[in-house]
Write a protein that binds this ligand. Structure first.
Ligand code: TXA
Ligand code: MG
Length: 323
């Protein structure tokens, strides 16, 4: 039997420099961001970007986010209008991804855009992520470092569990602070379009934009191919808005009253704490001694919107090929 020792390295300056060299050679490196761990590759290299899709088992029609160390680096990749500039100033570095028109001479691999004429860009708010991008000397395409459709990783150990044999290195920067992925906002049209709620609350985005972003009808337009219904799914079935566990179920609670809870996202009812705990707790309860995961109701304001979005997808009917 072949056992693969996952190459997890503490994110020291030497390890970051070595990871940067691996990326420049076209290899895959998993790294921490403030949201979730990313599976990084040289965004300008077709072969490296193709390796991301293969490692994740990700459909080729689902485009990737390109990460930069400094905000002004996106000027060489996409068209940055006044609106985008304002949001970058307000929220970058941070968990906001902007979908903008691709520059005709953008060096980023067309595979990263999955054939669209737009490109998603973000500047992560994590010292290791930004040092790594700088060390690689090129933008990094990076989806969440999980198998496609499954729960996103918020620790280096999570990455090792699902992709440990597919990456050249995993940089360990500890648990992710935010815990849910970035908010994805499409600015290619007249009206800003919220493609994915995430680490920047929609209320804050609306205040900065001066308007509430529209939300696409996912099934009709599939404007963001990543917005497929079943996603973020643990192995066990997930039941939402549960007040109490049914026999065999593990209750994932929220707030102070939690009779019979297996785990609690936030005993004090803090949505930021709940977001940071969400994926790790879903993984921890995904065990054969339970028959399902029952999740308590979560408020819908602030980060609650992103949490409810991930939970709804975790509970959605799953296509055969996802199991
Ligand atoms: O927090 C995050 O965003 C993490 C960390 C690693 O940065 N990354 C992440 O990537 O969540 P991923 O690939 O798991 O999700 C990217 C989302 C998908 O829903 C994808 O469809 C959408 O962004 N997306 C990427 N490029 C797009 C584009 N050009 N147009 C529309 N949607 C796009
Ligand atoms: Mg993902």
């Amino acid at each position: 039997m072949r056992t693969v020792a996952p190459p997890i390295l503490a994110a020291t300056p030497d390890a970051i420099a070595a990871a940067g060299r691996l990326l420049a050679e076209g290899r895959l490196v998993a790294f921490p961001t403030e949201t979730v761990y990313g599976l990084g590759a040289d965004a300008n290299c077709d072969r490296a970007v193709a390796a991301i899709f293969a490692a994740k088992g990700r459909p080729r029609f689902n485009p990737l986010i390109v990460h930069v160390a400094e905000a002004n680096e996106v000027e060489a990749l996409v068209v940055v209008d006044e609106r985008a500039r304002r949001l970058m100033e307000r929220f970058w570095p941070g968990p906001l991804t902007l979908v903008l028109p691709r520059l005709a001479d953008s060096p980023v691999s067309l595979l990263a855009s999955a054939g669209l004429d737009s490109l998603a860009v973000r500047q992560p708010d994590h010292a290791v992520a930004r040092a790594l991008i700088a060390a690689a000397g090129r933008p990094l395409a990076a989806p969440s470092a999980n198998r496609s459709g499954r729960v996103s990783p918020t620790t280096a150990g999570h990455v090792a569990e699902c992709l440990g044999d597919r990456v050249a290195m995993i940089l360990d920067g500890g648990p992710c602070r935010v815990g849910v992925e970035s908010t994805v906002l499409d600015l290619t049209g007249d009206r800003p379009l919220l493609l994915r709620p995430g680490g920047v609350a929609v209320e804050d985005l609306a205040a900065a934009l001066g308007e509430i972003p529209a939300t696409p009808k996912a099934s009709k337009t599939l404007k963001s191919p990543g917005m497929m219904e079943s996603h973020y799914a643990p192995g066990l079935p997930v039941r939402l808005d549960a007040r109490a566990p049914r026999p065999g179920e593990a209750l994932l609670a929220f707030g102070p009253v939690a009779e019979g809870a297996a785990l609690n996202l936030s005993p004090t009812g803090d949505l930021e704490e709940a977001a940071a705990n969400l994926f790790a707790m879903l993984r921890a309860l995904d065990r054969p001694d339970f028959t399902g995961i029952a999740v308590a109701p979560i408020p819908r304001h602030g980060l609650g919107q992103a949490i409810n979005d991930r939970l709804r997808r975790a509970a959605a009917p799953r296509p055969e090929d996802c199991r």
